[in-house]
Design a protein around this ligand. Structure first.
Ligand SMILES: Cc1cc2nc3c(=O)[nH]c(=O)nc-3n(C[C@H](O)[C@H](O)[C@H](O)COP(=O)(O)O)c2cc1C
Length: 294
């Protein structure tokens, strides 16, 4: 199953080298103005183009199949597709026979009894995050009172952003890859969102954020650092207490692994040497989706 949420229900679909990837969102109120222009800025932030991102370039123009009429949402399920036009499936022909370590090729083959589409990672490709970004645009538009902002804080363990492109370039030249850390802040939250146990704000955000391919860790406020300080030193930053928003800024960080498909391991195809560069907007989208549900 590939659906998250109950009030703002998001289903993502498609395969990296199939005809389309996309998203269906149920729970969007009627009458919200919505056009392709609303998606431009966030889609651009997810697009490759920077040093260390995949050379596969797609137009990524949203095509509304349902739920939008004469520039406004209708209140019924809203489906958006994005066509896949720049595919080179021959590069990925052997992934069923030679599954990539660190990618989902083998588990997908076993779980779906060999019926999965293995081209370009199929349904497990980072390309599927385009639908997530689109749902995030709608969620943000529904809640203009919230400011959801994610930025990259580290690449390959380096905090100084002026050194990132050199580091990524050097790793790519060696046929290697780098990971990164994204920090997300949400302002404008009221006191009281979230539930005490299973649906705590941290649980829901973790649920959504771990659905982004390549996520390896998440910490709220001072996170793991709080285990190393005294109670008297702990200011409890982070914006959530008892699973419930406390009206302060929500702050969390997400760790993305280095790309598994690397030339050093003999893996063909067009890959991001550092896909973390493209993930702040995806992290924002997941966060906005969670708050649209709350
Ligand atoms: C935007 C984006 C782009 C990605 N690009 C690649 C890529 O080019 N090559 C690759 O091996 N993994 C890439 N990944 C990561 C894989 O999709 C991910 O590692 C894989 O699905 C296995 O999932 P897991 O790492 O969460 O276990 C990308 C992830 C994202 C979010």
């Amino acid at each position: 199953m590939n659906t998250f949420g109950n009030k703002f229900r998001v289903s993502i679909f498609g395969e990296s080298h199939g005809p389309v990837v996309g998203v269906t969102v149920d729970g969007v109120p009627a009458g919200l103005p919505l056009s392709a222009d609303d998606f431009k800025a966030d889609i651009l932030r997810r697009k490759p183009g920077a040093v260390g991102t995949t050379p596969r370039v797609e137009a990524d123009v949203p095509d509304f199949l349902s739920g939008v009429y004469e520039g406004h949402t209708t209140g019924t399920p809203l489906t958006i597709i994005f066509r896949n036009e720049n595919t080179r499936s021959a590069d990925y022909a052997g992934f069923r026979e030679n599954p990539r370590p660190g990618h989902a090729d083998h588990v997908a083959d076993v779980k779906f009894s060999g019926f999965n589409d293995p081209r370009g990672g199929g349904h497990f490709s980072g390309r599927l995050t385009l639908g997530i970004v689109a749902a995030g645009v709608i969620a943000k538009k529904m809640h203009p009172e919230l400011s959801v902002k994610a930025v990259l804080k580290e690449v390959g363990g380096i905090a100084d952003a002026s050194l990132w492109s050199e580091a990524v370039k050097a790793a790519a030249e060696e046929g290697d890859s780098l990971g990164g850390i994204v920090e997300c802040r949400v302002q404008g939250l009221p006191i009281g969102l979230g539930e005490p146990f299973w649906d705590s704000v941290e649980s829901l955000i973790s649920h959504a954020v771990f659905a982004i391919p390549g996520v390896r860790g998440i910490e709220f406020g001072d996170g793991f650092g709080t285990a190393r300080i005294k109670g008297s030193e702990n200011t409890h930053k982070g914006g959530v207490v008892g699973g419930i928003t406390n009206g302060e800024e929500l702050l969390f960080r997400v760790a993305f692994k280095p790309t598994a498909s690397i030339a050093k391991a003999g893996i063909p195809g067009r890959h991001d040497a550092c896909f973390a560069l493209r993930t702040p907007v995806i992290t924002e989208a997941m966060t906005a989706i969670v708050f649209a549900n709350l």
